[in-house]
Unconditional design. Structure first.
Length: 172
């Protein structure tokens, strides 16, 4: 058996997996019928009717309602349960406060560091695969916003997964 099979570094789990269960506060909300897919570990916005939707270019730090949690559900595309999503009209589990694993798409997170969410994909200067709603660890002025109620609580592993902690609840 090759030595590469036995890992020597721990990874931070899968996007959307709650990482600290002692302080987990979550809710289940329906996904708005007009929403794009909400990937596990993605930021969500809560609408006035209580439904949630995927992060959009017009979303702000005040709109941040939490992160879509990875929950066991019927497989839509087997075997991709670890990188699944919630579709329009489905119930979506949202972490409102606590620790969760997410993909850090750009920058190097530091413990206690600022969490950014992409709101724009510039033709120049943005990472090649950048998408609106990606979490990041460096300020790209004009392309992202800083979350006021979240901090990084780890570095990232070789898959770019890091732990993010939501400090306070926003919304209901």
């Amino acid at each position: 058996m090759p030595g590469s099979v036995i890992g020597i570094n721990m990874n931070y789990g899968y996007p959307g997996q709650a990482s600290r269960h002692g302080d987990e506060v979550s809710r289940t909300r329906p996904v708005a019928t007009t929403s794009e897919k909400i990937m596990f570990g993605a930021p969500v916005v809560q609408n006035t009717d209580g439904s949630v939707k995927a992060w959009e270019a017009a979303s702000t730090a005040a709109n941040f309602a939490g992160v879509a949690m990875r929950k066991v559900k019927a497989a839509k595309i087997y075997p991709y349960q670890n990188f699944g999503y919630y579709g329009a009209g489905e119930p979506c589990d949202v972490l409102l406060r606590g620790g969760i694993s997410v993909v850090c798409a750009w920058g190097t997170p530091t413990i206690g560091g600022t969490v950014y969410v992409r709101t724009n994909v510039a033709e120049e200067g943005s990472p090649e695969e950048a998408k609106i709603g990606d979490f990041g660890a460096e300020d790209e002025s004009g392309n992202c916003i800083a979350l006021t109620n979240a901090k990084w609580s780890s570095s990232k592993d070789e898959r770019n997964v890091a732990e993010l902690t939501i400090l306070t609840r926003q919304g209901v």
